[in-house]
Design a binder for this molecule. Sequence first.
Ligand code: SF4
Length: 992
Amino acid sequence: MSLTRKSNTPQSSRSTSHLIGSLSRGLKAAVPTMDRRTFLKRSGVGVGAGIAASQLSFVQKAVAEPSKAMLDGKGKIEVKRSICTHCSVGCAVDATVENGVWVRQDPVFDSPINMGAHCAKGAALREHGHGDYRLRYPMKLVDGKYQRISWDQALTEITAQMKSIREKYSPDAMFFIGSSKHNNEQAYLLRKWVSFFGTNNTDHQARICHSTTVAGVANTWGYGAMTNSYNDMMNAKAALYIGSNAAEAHPVSMLMLLHAKENGCKVIVVDPRYTRTAAKSDQFIRIRSGTDIPFLFGMLYHIFKNGWEDKKYINDRVYGMEEIRKEVMEKWTPASVEEACGVPEAQVYQAAKTMAMNRPSTVVWCMGQTQHTIGNAIVRASCILQLALGNVGKSGGGTNIFRGHDNVQGATDVGPNPDSLPGYYGLAAGSWKHFATVWGVDYEWIKGRYAPDMMEKSGTTVSRWVDAVLEKNDMIDQQTNVKGLFFWGHAPNSQTRGLDMKRAMDKLDLLVVVDPYPSATAAMAAMPAAEGQKVNKNRNVYLLPAATQFETCGSATASNRSLQWREKVIDPLFESVPDHVIMQAFADRLGFGEELSKNYKMLNSKFAGKQWKEPQIEDILREINRSCWTIGYTGQTPERLKAHMRMVATFDPKTLKSRGGVDPVTGYDTTGDYYGLPWPCYGTAAIKHPGSPNLYDTSKSVMEGGGNFRANFGVEREGKSLLAEDGSYSKGSAITTGYPEFDHVLVKKLGWWDQLTDDEKKLAEGKNWKTDLSGGIQRVVMKNGCHPFGNAKARAIVWNFPDAIPIHREALYSTNAPMMRKYPTTADRKNFWRLPTLYKTLQDQNLNEKLYEKFPIILTSGRLVEYEGGGDETRSNPWLAELQQENFVEINPQAAADRGIKNWDYVWVKSPTGAKIKVRALVTERVDQGTAFVPFHFAGWWQGENIRKYYPEGAAPVVQGEAVNTATTYGYDMVTMMQETKTTMCQIEKFA
Ligand code: SF4
């Protein structure tokens, strides 16, 4: 069932005729002498052969004429194994390639992750193999039109302007938005590349999807990631989805949930909207958007009141639960909970009882929890619920936090973050020295690339680059405003405050898009400025065609922390070039090419008709293996990952553990490994750590993938120990109580130093488990059954955050005045990630000007199953485009009737920013009268105008629509600068 009806609108017929047209054109161009029957016979394509033919045609147009061998039926046929690029579930796909042409795809039935399943997006992956709407060659905006230029011209001109900006202003006058779709190696290389340019002004999509999770969860118990796995959810006896619509956002993960349901798992869905996931629930609870803390603490109220908490677990493994209990019992009584989130006591009680009586129970969340000004506190409230129930570190329990893009987990782990180096190493001198050693460059040389005192200062975030351009210079904490920007695989429409973004784009000196698709950035940059505004007449805009992940190889980290290796399926189409090759080309011209790739074998590869220097992807992963000890990215060598991909059938879908099997290519024995060596996979590959399927699981020894909570916050606070209690340790530990993280001193004190080899001792002297490049400390500590990062209690109170105990605070643009007065936001902040940030000022304005009366409906946003992210790739896919042709707003029948709106009318959704978006009205009881929902994948309309004409010719997606984020408002998380997208306000009017 589609969420919107398939209409018979002109758009519909246009799409259909386009498909037919493409198909017939394609057949003619590709296989001129072969009829359909012959083609089927020779290519081996079965179901969907007609469409396959259309895809074949696109590649042929772009790359080559069919060879004689192919026409004779003797073409070279290969099957390449890859991973879906559309979400973090990580479904494997086998791509059949004939003479370089991607002719067929099959989901990998033996993959323990997808077991032969794909959702609509995964089933349409092959469209990447022809990409009729791709950006085909480098382009430059000249007099409002994109013109084709050569790669040489593009690289030369852009480099000159980067150098000029760097010299005239400072390295911090550039900002580089990286991608959550880069593979691990490219993401890592980009962070290194930006560092060598001399700035920390870099970030990526994770900032605006799960940065609050990463910060909140890591500060609670150690690592900021999903604790268990999609697969492990099969072991859950109850599952609470709060802020996740997995049925659309992570469709194949529902396989696991439905399997659990067959075994009696109770499913609770808490959401402002009745979603497709809610349709699978035993209990659906509608909350007011943004009130997760009152709800979660309301559950805790009943858990404490009835003595359902796990008292021994809390005593042994949790710090600060007593203070939480006090807060909950005093503040979050059933009456207060109902007042704040609108849920009656009986429903909250039922949810609490279900989670308590059916353990292990798990909690699932996504952006419904994270994208709020208090996102960091909301996710911690979820963690506290699970700690109270003793569910963390247990199979079937945990916090299953579903990431978004296919490699947003990996890009977060090792990629372009403004506040850390790869592996979450901070920006302090010690971290830089660690990486300088691994990179083989002089620390002082890197330091010299930065402006004075800027090397250890966190950069601006992607959520605020707009303000780094527009803000008054004396208000920002760097030498000058941002003048130049790279969108390197990032969709602008995934960010809030579209009108401000357009103004910022117009003000830049340099704007560069590197992407397989031109993205909405291209159209926004080419549009005229808004009335009363102007475009910087010296601005230059370039579009550079990047290869997709099917046109290169490398590893990607699924949400469950498993790494999977993608083989290259096809050569890059048109003039596109892989990202890491583009990075090297820029680095060579910027003068740090040699430093960038010191440790890599350099290939001489042909792209876009010429030879390029290509850093070998495997060598980049080997460098990650040598550097990222903190999170255990050290054991996942290219050889082990490739062996896992060949041996997928040996891994059990329920445990992810290999049942045993030897890779025939390398002789590598997978026995005991967990699929994809989910991080942490500690030590060097030689010690064969199996990966960690469920974090903090004391029932397994560390060398079996077990663990305990991390000692990352000291050993004592206010006279209380922060370490685990006596008797709480992971199986087989030589130390049967809590202990701090290991360094050379502790190893020596314990008498284990001589267990290191002489070579290890040389490198480990003076180091700790994170900086010892020999791996000797990790090896010896784990040999003694201990965890390198110590054994501590989780923190229910995060004293280094603004609200140590999670506090509910109303959104700045809440529609509920009494609740804003009762639960106000925080004070404005002057220098937060280099910028002033408003909280109280805007909420007061909302109250004083009664914006909540002018805009009385909560505007929230989310995903559709057919599209992904900003949507450019998927809306360029004719198969998917056919399924969702227009953007829409879900509006309650009563709210619609009050406004004279009928189903599928065009309406304006208006925002207090002055923006308005024109969308269809989907009249439905999925939302209540005070809430409206708009999917966030659309772009290509701008406040009622179709801006298709501003895309490069032939590169506009099949489907355009209004971006909801044109209308969304200001608001940023108090810790991470996550943007508020889930609770803002709007008015809806019939389009006239
Ligand atoms: Fe699997 Fe996600 Fe791709 Fe769908 S989009 S096939 S669930 S990886």
